[in-house]
Design a protein around this ligand. Structure first.
Ligand code: HEC
Ligand code: HEC
Ligand code: HEC
Length: 158
């Protein structure tokens, strides 16, 4: 046996020992019950009035470079993007509209917070609501209290 083969054999036994040991130590617990989905307090969706947020173009008048970078980003097309709209329409159809607010809260945060969403087809949007994750939206956020938005509530409803 060459030295290399010997080393490989040794490594094999060490790994085998570790594997046996690790699996042997695993406690045998009964399968845990699925987590209970507790609906959160009703979301305070409408905190602002239409027009409370600035159009990104207003910021862009001075912050030219940031505006250009943002304009080409997925943030700017979060709602109008073709990929999003295709996926969103399919999700709406498959859930009878149940995911509308879920997707909309992230993808059209200004519309959601100013009472222009629902309806989920965007027909009540003003120009600023259609501009996705805008400068003013991000720069107005003061706190994030929940991970994954209202997913728990929506999932329990489906
Ligand atoms: C009239 C020109 C002008 C407009 C319009 C404007 N800004 Fe500014 N902004 C400035 C200047 C000047 C500064 C300070 C210098 C700098 O940081 O570039 C600044 C600074 C900032 C800062 C950094 C503040 C800090 O504490 O460091 C942020 C964030 C900001 N602006 C966001 C915005 C947003 C969002 C909008 C649109 C709602 C906007 N600005 C519109 C001129 C403007
Ligand atoms: C918690 C916030 C949040 C929720 C809720 C959410 N999204 Fe998103 N979505 C995002 C983020 C952030 C991205 C960008 C992720 C990335 O680029 O990695 C994204 C990206 C996407 C994209 C890719 C768009 C592109 O042009 O690349 C699609 C499509 C999409 N989401 C559809 C949906 C649909 C449909 C729903 C509802 C069923 C939904 N999203 C709910 C935050 C969210
Ligand atoms: C997705 C959220 C988000 C969006 C959209 C956004 N910002 Fe910001 N912006 C931030 C965060 C977070 C910081 C702080 C970054 C840091 O401290 O490193 C910041 C920093 C800034 C600053 C100060 C720092 C710098 O680089 O000069 C300015 C000015 C600014 N943003 C302007 C804008 C403008 C104008 C737009 C729209 C064209 C915009 N932001 C869009 C989140 C955002």
């Amino acid at each position: 046996m060459s030295l290399k083969q010997y080393h490989m054999l040794l490594a094999y036994f060490i790994l085998l020992f570790l594997a046996v040991n690790l699996t042997g130590c695993r406690p045998r617990v009964a399968t845990e019950p699925p987590p209970v989905l507790v609906p959160p307090e009703p979301a305070q969706a409408v905190l602002f009035a239409p027009g409370d947020f600035q159009d990104p173009a207003v910021c862009g008048a001075c912050h030219t470079e940031i505006y250009q970078a943002w304009s080409g980003s997925k943030h700017a097309s979060a709602w109008v993007g073709e990929l999003f709209q295709a996926d969103f329409q399919q999700a709406l159809a498959e859930t009878d509209g149940a995911v509308g607010a879920l997707c909309g809260e992230c993808h059209a945060p200004v519309a959601f917070r100013t009472g222009q969403l629902p309806p989920f087809d965007g027909s009540e949007f003003d120009e600023i609501s259609g501009r996705g994750i805008s400068c003013d939206f991000c720069h107005t956020v003061t706190e994030v209290t929940e991970k994954f938005n209202n997913l728990k509530q929506e999932v329990s409803r489906l």
